[in-house]
Every structure is written in C-alpha cells, then in structure tokens.
Design a protein around this ligand. Sequence first.
Ligand code: KIV
Length: 288
Amino acid sequence: MSVKRNKVTIPELYGMVERGERISFLTAYDYPMALLEDRAGVDMILVGDSGAMCMLGHPTTLQAKMDFMVEITAAVSRAAGRAFVVGDMPYMSYQPSDEIAVKNAGRFIAEGGADAVKLEGGARMAQRVEAIVDAGIPVMGHIGLTPQAASMIGGLKSQGRDAETALALMEDAEFLEDAGVFAILLEAIPARVAEEMVNRATVPMLSIGSGPACHGQLLIVHDILGLFEAFTPKFVKRYADVAQTMTAAFESYVHDVQSGAFPAAEHTYRIPDEEWGRLSQLLKEEEE
Ligand code: KIV
C-alpha cells in the first residue's frame, strides 16, 4: 500500500473534498495506535472523549477530564506525522463560558499539539465556536447524536428522524458554519437527511453513522478492531477481532509461564564462563 506523507492541513482537506476524494477519519487515544493509523494513511485522527470509555472503563464520555484528554492528545500528536489531529473537548470544558472554552481549546493546541478541536452542539454552541475561532483555533462542529447531551436528546439514539428535528439539524449546521467551523461531524443522522445537509454545506461534512454522501467517514477504532465489547452501534463495521487475537496471546503466555516453556534460553542473559568461575571462587572464599 502506498502511504502519503505530507501533513494534512485544512486547505488539503478542502482540496480532497473538491477533488471528490473521501476523507478517512478514526479515533486514537495512544501513541502506538496513532502510529499505526498514520502509517496506514488515515487522513484525520480524533482523540475522542470516548477514550474515557474505551481506555478508562467509564460508563459514559462525561467522565473525561481535561488533563487526561490533553495528555492523550499529546501522545497521538507525537505519532501523527501526516494525519490531522482533532482534540475532543470534554464535558464542561467549553459549556460554562467563552473564556473557559478558549482557555481549554488553547491547551489542546499548545500542550496537546492538536491541529483543531471538536465540540458538541449546534446553534446553542455557535457563540463558543466563534470565540475559539477568534482566538485562532480551528473548530469542528458535532451535531446529531451528541453523547455529552444524551439525557437531553433521549439517549444514544439516531437524531433527525422526523421533519422538524431534521430541519433543526440543518439550521444547526448553518449556525455552526456562520460561526466559523472548518468542518462538521454528523453523528447518527438518517442518510437522506445527511445527504441534503451535504448538498447545502459550505464546509466538509464528516459522518459517523450518517451515510455515504458525507465527505468523510469516522469510526471508533476500538469498535472496528473488536476491542470494545460493552455495546456496538448499528453503524459500526468490524474489520478485525483483535480481542480474540490478544486473548489467545495472553492465554499462551499464562500457559508458557505455568509450564516453564517461557523464558527459554534465548530470552535470558549470559554471564561469561570466566566471570562465573570468578564468582564461584568469591562465594567459596566468603564461606570460609
Ligand atoms: O468521542 C468520540 O469518539 C466522539 C465520536 C463518537 C464522534 O465524539
């Protein structure tokens, strides 16, 4: 497989859209995963607050903290030689005020090395988007199923399935575009509604569970690898069963330790015979 090496930038993402090339987008939460994604040619990496669930075992994304997000974003940024890195602003890191939003978005860039930040919400978040963009930080919008607002939108459910809510999503997208987002992520929106939104869009529209018309596709890496077993959304395609491969490796290790098959001679260090002889002599002298 040929791998493109130049760092992806916002103009390059717009160029891809113009050329009709689809943008590949995956989450990553650590250095080795990001390194492999970058090497495979993934265009964009989201350091999602889903890391609180996939990496830390929390029940929702609401438990993600700024310090954790910034630390893992920095690890991903160190690995992403080419991919465009988006830091996901966690719950309550931008909702309280413009000032808090700008300060925390700045941490993703300055400490996390991210290329942009993402935040959830449409019209009601337009002012926050404007404040962050005014500070010179690129913002990706995120509408549809927005997990940080799960209790307000009726749970982790597809959104925009009736005419009124679909229209409201289109209006949300317009507010975000006017506020200055460089792209919008559409989560779990019916494919026909998403297609209409793409037709009206002035910025790249990326999909997670919103159909093939979007300019790019995002999935959560733990879902595609079979590493997250709590639940699997309808829109996930699984590309590997890494959990099975890892479990088999761990079982073999346990077996080898118990049977003594590990470590073998090739896994141990040698002391030269001459030094071994001298040590024996020293021990003998100590005993006398
Ligand atoms: O945190 C995340 O991975 C996300 C995606 C679900 C869009 O925000």
